[in-house]
Ligand binder design. Structure first.
Ligand code: G6P
Length: 583
């Protein structure tokens, strides 16, 4: 995880680096640091806390600097462990994990070098000092040859007062070039702006940024030309626009996200044709992306597609499932950077499978491995808990399976409007949140598509309320979990599928009989006045396979309102980060 930033140019480095760190804060936010180079020395500012706790540094002088926002892996959350790490002439920020850092550190210690942190990253600064013989690029080549694991690094050297050196392997890094200055950052949103030409660095490449320009080099040190990436500034928009939190803003953006995604798919439909010649389909992802894969698996089965399964990427990458040239692997990831999803995709490619990537971030690591890429057009999602990207993932996956199965039916154009109506109908869950915030544990139950959504609802609940929750198949309650149900365990029941509605309703009665306060989300008017339930939200009705796109909305809102009522920051839940680039 973690986010790195660099700036060298005519403007204020402190301001540019701070602004970049704000854009990258979703990657980790337990501590933060900036190193500015000025007057032949480093000015180092490190703090425990979020990016805002370093905002005063923006007033500091300096036209070159690097910064880092951390999600701790090696070493606790302390100022010493915050980046940048400085050793003699070098200051380094790093995203990734140096797997052989113990051996490298041992070597440095034998030379009598002293370390000031417990991180794996500090060893990079020491190696630079050791390998440096007056030429920065050759030193970087020698250092990188010694590193195992993953890294995106930005390095300052006191001998080069306007230069930043960058290198990357298996962690994302983008470089932006402009008349005003040159930027480096872990993702596009932190470098993209008017007048900036952006480049995505590939594994093994180096870049040297100075005040006027950027140069790129291959692993052997020869200069290379790179093609800029195209991007839409609108899609990089991260303004709060009057909202209190990104999460509620992003829930309100679901209708546009779905609408844009359906429209974009129509332009990409041809690409699907080349993927049809397979016997089986595996959908892989983590967290919310996994849950959209589970709903899509049910959708594919409904459309009569070839055998389709959904897998957690972290299990799949080490699993024994059959993956070969007759397999299509669909890797779903909002960020396109999740380490387990990328590793699962790489494994599948190695075994000859076709790879379709579904991401919200163009030019991500996942897209670079894929045979075909379909984009969700959710726009920048900043809140750690995914919302609009889930709905957009469903829109792409459903469109894909319709095209794949040559189903005459096309994803329904009315869905964005139904999303809008669902948001309106769901506002009342704010009251549910007030009642449920003191719950011992909350259960979310449903069958088939409703079960897929129950899992996502419980993930949202846990992520931002910090209260226990579980998403269950309604039929499974009596095989264990019912033993836990009492007055202190609210149950949210999803009833949107007419074919199994009565069955879920039975489960509702079983938990009411055990004293559980029950809250119902239904699209079927006859279940809207469920006797014994505390309250019901009646959402618009559409075919059951499309219902996850709608029924997830009250659950997203419920988690949001409960988190706010509990005094939690819904955008930045403790211990989590949006882009999980470590295993
Ligand atoms: C993290 C986030 C989740 C997200 C998951 C997968 O765990 O906290 O909200 O669903 O990563 O992220 P991806 O970018 O691969 O969709």
């Amino acid at each position: 995880m973690c986010g790195i930033v660099g700036y060298t140019g005519r403007g204020s480095a402190a301001r540019a680096v701070f602004r970049g760190l704000k854009a990258l804060e979703y990657r980790g936010y337990d501590s933060v640091g900036i190193a500015l180079m000025h007057g032949g020395r480093f000015a180092l500012h490190k703090r425990v806390g979020r990016v805002d706790c370093i905002q005063d540094v923006q007033e500091q002088n300096g036209e070159i600097g690097i910064g880092h926002t951390r999600w701790a892996t090696h070493g606790g959350v302390t100022e010493e462990n915050a980046h940048p790490h400085v050793y003699q002439r070098f200051a380094v920020v790093h995203n990734g994990i140096i797997e052989n850092y113990r051996i490298l550190k041992e070597e440095c210690l034998l030379r009598g070098e002293r370390f000031s942190s417990e991180t794996d990253s500090e060893v990079i600064a020491h190696l630079f000092e050791w390998e440096y013989r007056g030429d920065l690029l050759s030193a970087a080549q020698r250092v990188c040859r010694r590193l195992r694991g993953s890294y995106a690094i930005a390095v300052l050297c006191l001998d080069f007062p306007s230069v930043i050196l960058c290198a990357k392997k298996d962690s994302p890094l983008l470089v932006g070039a402009s008349v005003e200055g040159q930027f480096a950052a872990s993702d596009l949103s932190a470098v993209a702006r008017k007048g900036v030409t952006c480049y995505r660095m590939e594994n093994g490449e180096f870049s040297i940024l100075d005040k006027e320009s950027v140069s790129f080099f291959g692993a052997d040190g020869t200069a290379i030309e790179k093609t800029p990436v195209s991007y839409s500034l609108q899609e990089q928009d991260t303004e709060l626009g009057g909202y209190g939190h990104y999460m509620i803003k992003e829930i309100d953006e679901i209708p546009q996200a779905v609408e844009r995604t359906i429209r974009a798919f129509k332009r990409e439909i041809e690409a699907v044709q080349g993927l049809k010649d397979v016997f089986r389909i595996h959908i892989v992802g983590c967290g919310t992306a996994y849950h959209s894969g589970i709903a899509a698996k049910l959708f594919a089965q409904k459309r009569g597609c070839v055998s389709t399964e959904g897998y957690l990427a972290s299990e799949y990458r080490y699993g024994d499932q059959t993956v070969d040239a007759n397999t299509l692997v669909i890797a779903v990831s909002q960020s396109g950077e999740t380490a387990d999803t990328v590793a699962a995709a790489v494994m599948a490619k190695k075994r000859g499978a076709k790879l379709l990537a579904i991401t919200n971030v163009a030019h991500s690591t996942l897209t670079s491995y894929a045979d075909c890429v379909l984009h969700t057009k959710a726009g920048c999602e900043v809140a750690v808990a995914a919302t609009k990207s889930y709905n957009a993932q469903l829109a792409v996956l459903y469109s894909f399976f319709d095209a794949f199965s040559a189903c005459r039916e096309r994803i329904w154009k009315g869905l964005p409007d139904l999303c809008k109506k669902t948001i309106e109908a769901s506002r009342r869950v704010k009251e549910w949140a007030n009642q449920m915030k003191s719950a011992k544990c909350a259960y979310f139950i449903g069958r088939r598509f409703d079960y897929a959504v129950a899992m996502e609802g419980s993930l949202k609940w846990k992520e931002i309320t910090y209260l226990p929750g579980d998403g269950l198949a309604a039929g499974e309650l009596k095989h264990g979990t019912l033993a836990l149900v009492d007055e202190s365990t609210p149950v949210v029941a999803l009833i949107t599928d007419q074919a199994v509605a009565d069955k879920t309703f039975n489960a509702v009665h079983e938990v009411i009989a055990r004293g559980a306060p029950v809250y119902v989300v239904t699209s079927i008017p006859s279940y809207a006045n469920c006797e014994g339930a505390v309250d019901t939200v009646l959402i618009p009705q559409t075919k059951e396979e499309y219902m996850p796109m709608l029924s997830v909305i009250p659950l997203q809102l419920l988690a949001y309102y409960a988190a706010v009522a509990l005094g939690n920051d819904p955008d930045k839940p403790r211990n989590l980060a949006k882009s999980v680039t470590v295993e």
